[in-house]
Design a protein around this ligand. Sequence first.
Ligand SMILES: C[S@@+](CC[C@H](N)C(=O)[O-])C[C@H]1O[C@@H](n2cnc3c(N)ncnc32)[C@H](O)[C@@H]1O
Length: 187
Amino acid sequence: MLRITQLVHHLLTGVIHEGDTVIDATCGNGYDTLFLAERVGESGRVHAYDIQPEAISTTEEKLIAHGLHRRVHLHLASHETIAQETTPVKAVIFNLGYRPGGDKTITTRPASTVRALEAALFRLQPGGMILIAVYPAHPGGEVEAEVVRTFVARLSIKHFTAMHMSNMLATERAPFLVAIEKHSERL
Ligand SMILES: C[S@@+](CC[C@H](N)C(=O)[O-])C[C@H]1O[C@@H](n2cnc3c(N)ncnc32)[C@H](O)[C@@H]1O
């Protein structure tokens, strides 16, 4: 069975095409940004955000090592600032929580996460997808998980599909994945 982070990439593989613009809302150690940079091709663009300089530099190093840095714009900024641009995007990844191997007290926060989700929804193209990996087990994580559930619950079924995936055999506070797809206009 694929892990949640692998599932995110698997789900996006058929969605992102050469030339697309996409967002990594929490670049952390750069794995998701690297995946997105590979998918959008030379003519595409990735915007990657993180509030930690270490996350930005780690991600930049990975991209340079793979020769993919020219298609990525790294933003040392909170992901709510994605509202400052209007270019439509094909996909947005939110991998919430703290940076593995980094400071576990620096985590995504419910209020800014929901503002960023609103902005992502506004910029999402028809046929596009928002993936949210949620980790309820760290301090504050359960509140953030609830905020994500509330955000999803008020979406209209007429315009969106929202899938929830988790390991049913794990504890109540196990990580889960939410995949939101915006229906294409022809549906
Ligand atoms: C689980 S990690 C992301 C993992 C990453 N996607 C990867 O592939 O390695 C979560 C990241 O969210 C970042 N973060 C926390 N609050 C943020 C915010 N308001 N805006 C953007 N990033 C934030 C943390 O600094 C941390 O690096």
